[in-house]
Ligand binder design. Sequence first.
Ligand code: COA
Length: 151
Amino acid sequence: MFLPDIRFCTVKDLDRIMRVEERSFDSPWPRDLVRRDLSGDTAAIYLGAFGGDIMLGYAALFPCEGGAELASIAVLPEYQRRGVASQLLLGISEVAVALGYGRLRLHVKVTSEGARAFYEKYGFTSIMLKPGYYEGGADALLMESELPLKI
Ligand SMILES: CC(C)(COP(=O)(O)OP(=O)(O)OC[C@H]1O[C@@H](n2cnc3c(N)ncnc32)[C@H](O)[C@@H]1OP(=O)(O)O)[C@@H](O)C(=O)NCCC(=O)NCCS
C-alpha cells in the first residue's frame, strides 16, 4: 500500500493530468477540455494523487442528469496495484457525499477487465450496456453504486 497525498487539482496540474491521460488511454481527453474544467468554467472536480511532485493518478467527478459521474480515473502504469486508485475513489466518494449526491455512476469499456474488477470490488454494479459508446465503436457498461462507497 502506497500513501499518496490526495488533493484538489488546479490549472497548475494541467500538464501532469495530461501526462497521466496520455499514458493511460488510447484517446486521451483534449487538453483544452481539461484546461476549461480546471479553470473553474465547469462544475467538474478533479482530485490528484501525489507522491512528492509526481502526479501518480487523478480522478474527475462530473455532475450529470440525476446524480454524479466518475468521468475518469487513471493511475500511471508503474504505480498501479498499490492502492492509489482506491484512495482517489474514496476521495471522490467523500466529495460527492459532501455535495449531496446519493449515487455515483460511471462508464467503463466492456473489454477493460481490470477496471471492471476495480469497480466491482467497491460495490459498483452494471445497470446497462451501451453499444458503440466510445470513439471507435467500443461498447460501454454503465455502472452505479450508492454513496458513500464502502472502501
Ligand atoms: C483501473 C485503475 C485506475 C486501477 O488503479 P490502481 O491504482 O491499480 O487500483 P488499486 O491498486 O487501488 O486496486 C484496488 C483493487 O482493485 C482491483 N484491481 C485493480 N486493478 C486491477 C486489475 N488490473 N485486474 C484485476 N483487479 C484489479 C484489485 O482487487 C485491487 O486490489 P489488489 O491489488 O489488492 O488485488 C488502473 O488500472 C488504470 O489507471 N487503468 C488505466 C485507465 C483506466 O482504464 N481507467 C478506468 C477508466 S473506466
